[in-house]
Design a protein around this ligand. Structure first.
Ligand code: CIZ
Length: 298
């Protein structure tokens, strides 16, 4: 039996569902029951009837699923699949920020650890960050941890923002020169970028959106060619779902090594051993859940 068949068989026996982030390897996206962004997948995890969730993404994403669905067993095929951006801020840092800016509410991007979410007032995603900052009931906002998403939000709100200086090393590797070069080579292509990109890249973009927002935009847009400013994994889904359109990655360096740590072998082993498991302990889970619910209630 080949690896894929073994995974499918064991998935049934274990009563498991496989969820894959838009940046996962093509073969992982192919075996997944659902492919999407972290919040979409966490919501599916919560609603799913299966008892076991194999979350093919990075650590904070599996944590988010565990926060929303504590009764389920959430497996992360490679426990070392971390997120450098999420690791750029700690709960202690957030406590210090709150002391320094007592009038501000804390808005934490979903790319944060459960401990950091637990110290925050609201969560946000790249899809709703502007909306969340606009709607939180304070004129001052501590925005963590991504400076580029923070910059993008600050351009779309009049609120006073204190922005943490974190960044995604993968998106940081996409340079404005890459975009300029591709625009010359493909003058009809639209530049579609993720808000974790440098501000100079965002300023050259026709559309700025989350991963699922990028997919939606491209599907609905009447153009044919796109320069894609985000992690390369998304190109697999774009090419599969829009076979008559052309996609050019903004940079061949935009590959997240952590996202690629999940492999078919590791998915199989996770199902065999029901391990490695990600479980968020109380009271951190309940506090982090509050920040996520505050976002959903806005
Ligand atoms: O929430 C996610 O999945 C992330 C980190 C990015 C996105 O835009 O989908």
């Amino acid at each position: 039996m080949d690896l894929v068949e073994k995974i499918k068989k064991l998935k049934k026996e274990r009563n498991a569902i496989i969820l894959a982030h838009n940046y996962q390897l093509p073969e992982i996206q192919e075996i997944a029951d659902f492919v999407g962004d972290s919040l979409e997948l966490s919501r599916i995890a919560k609603k799913a009837e299966e008892e076991v969730i194999v979350f093919c993404g990075v650590h904070f994403m599996a944590e988010t699923a565990s926060i929303l669905a504590p009764e389920k067993k959430v497996l992360l095929p490679d426990m070392n699949a971390g997120c450098p951006l999420a690791n750029m801020i700690t709960a202690e840092d957030v406590k210090r920020l709150k002391e320094k800016f007592p009038k501000a509410l804390v808005v934490a991007y979903i790319n944060t650890s459960a401990e950091v979410k637990a110290e925050s007032d609201y969560c946000c995603t790249s899809a709703n960050a502007v909306d969340v900052v606009e709607k939180v009931p304070s004129e001052e906002v501590i925005f963590i941890p991504d400076r580029n998403l923070g910059y993008y939000v600050s351009k779309n709100t009049n609120k006073k923002m204190y922005i943490w200086d974190g960044f995604c090393p993968t998106h940081q590797r996409i340079l404005p020169q890459d975009i300029e070069k591709l625009k010359k080579e493909h003058p009809n292509a639209k530049v579609v970028s993720h808000p974790e990109c440098r501000k100079e890249v965002l300023e050259l973009s026709h559309k700025i959106a989350s991963t699922s927002g990028i997919i939606r935009f491209v599907k609905e847009d009447d153009g044919r060619e796109y320069i894609i400013g985000t992690e390369m994994g998304i190109l697999y889904r774009l090419r599969k779902e829009c076979p008559d359109k052309l996609f050019y990655p903004a940079s061949s360096l935009a590959v997240c090594p952590n996202m690629k740590k999940n492999t078919l072998e590791k998915v199989l082993w996770a199902l065999e051993d029901l391990n490695p498991e990600v479980k968020v302990p109380e009271p951190i889970r309940s506090k982090a859940l509050k920040a996520i619910e505050n976002m959903l209630n806005l």
